[in-house]
Write a protein that binds this ligand. Structure first.
Ligand SMILES: [Zn+2]
Length: 48
């Protein structure tokens, strides 16, 4: 169960992320392809 779902705008990978992972991804880019990402690329909704 993760609070955020990251969808890369470039490689289209969908990755469930926690809040610290979200911060790290915003800082470092997509963990798959390295593309810079924005807050728009994160959706909330996996939280139960
Ligand atoms: Zn990517």
């Amino acid at each position: 169960m993760t609070p955020y779902e990251f969808t890369c705008p470039d490689c289209r990978r969908e990755i469930p992320v926690t809040d610290p992972m979200r911060e790290a991804t915003l800082a470092n880019g997509c963990p798959v392809c390295g593309r810079a990402v924005a807050e728009d690329n994160f959706a909330t909704g996996s939280r139960c």
